[in-house]
Ligand binder design. Structure first.
Ligand SMILES: Nc1ncnc2c1ncn2[C@@H]1O[C@H](COP(=O)(O)OP(=O)(O)OP(=O)(O)O)[C@@H](O)[C@H]1O
Length: 273
């Protein structure tokens, strides 16, 4: 959490800064100028209706997709063997590998990360007992936990998690957010896209509500509850995205007239030195 964060050698407490992120798929404008700054030690949650652009934003932040506009910077001075760890919404691994082999493979790509870290990571994400099981035989929730393990391996300065709690039982959702909290306490800046609003309310420092191409609200969970005069983040969410419980909130895009996807420039994740 923010209070436990120490500053990097440069004195910069910022883990990730995104300015003016724009993204469109054909005529579907998804992000129209999103700004986000995450400090080291901060857990920032991005919530929003289905189709509002959470995965799109995280993929741009991770540097996997070029955006139509904007800039992402990950300042130096934090993290271990790598700058950014990313858990995609649908993690996929080689089915024949065991869970341990899978993490060993990712560890081999990271300088200074060895078998001890792999064993510790399996335990951390709750997979110690199934480490020797083939990936193809893991349950959906276990596969997601393996994805979390892959994302946290090497103590990244920035951790981006897309729906990490999806498919997990309630105890594992709590464990997952506890792991996230531990990493934040060690100085990692975390961005988590999630529909698990009770867990977000309990564990996030800052909540960003994404709708209509941008953040329609942001603040500490308690602040959002105060501002909306509601008793839970779930209620606040419905108020902020102007919906009733049970109503369809699926978003088809932020508006017409977006640029063609072929116009998208490569948005590099800069390593600010
Ligand atoms: N590669 C793509 N090509 C075309 N359209 C896309 C692509 N990826 C996403 N979209 C569209 O962009 C919009 C945002 O999708 P995105 O997956 O980012 O939403 P989300 O907020 O993560 O949704 P959910 O909560 O359902 O996971 C949707 O309208 C989606 O159909």
């Amino acid at each position: 959490m923010s209070d436990g964060a120490s500053e990097g050698p440069s004195g910069d407490a910022v883990a990730l800064r995104a300015d003016g992120i724009e993204q469109a798929f054909g005529d579907v404008e998804v992000l129209s100028g999103v700004d986000l700054t995450v400090e080291r030690g901060e857990v920032a949650a991005v919530v929003g209706p289905n189709g509002s652009g959470k995965s799109t934003l995280l993929r741009v932040l991770a540097g996997l997709d070029g955006a139509a506009g904007g800039d992402v910077a990950v300042p130096s001075g934090a993290g271990g063997a790598r700058r950014v760890g990313f858990l995609p919404q649908q993690p996929a691994f080689r089915e024949g590998f065991t869970a341990r082999d899978t993490l060993e493979f990712y560890a081999s790509l990271l300088p200074g990360v060895g078998s001890n870290a792999v064993a510790a990571t399996l335990g951390r994400v709750g997979l110690a007992d199934v480490g020797d099981r083939a990936v193809g035989s893991l349950s959906g929730g276990m596969t997601r936990l393996l994805g979390l393990g892959q994302a946290v391996l090497g103590d990244p300065a920035v951790l981006l998690l897309d729906e990490p709690g999806s498919g997990l039982d309630p105890a594992m959702v709590e464990r997952l957010f506890a792991v996230v909290g531990d990493l934040a306490a060690e100085g990692t800046g975390v961005v988590v896209a999630s529909h698990e609003l009770p867990a977000v309310e309990a564990h996030a420092d800052t909540v960003y509500v994404l709708d209509d191409g941008g953040f329609v609200a942001s603040g500490a969970p308690a602040t959002l509850l105060d501002e909306t005069d509601t008793a839970s983040l779930s209620e606040a969410f419905l108020r902020l995205v102007r919906a009733e419980a049970g109503e369809s909130t699926v978003r088809a895009g932020a508006g017409g007239g977006g640029s063609e996807s072929g116009d998208a420039e490569e948005t590099e994740v800069r390593d600010d030195e």
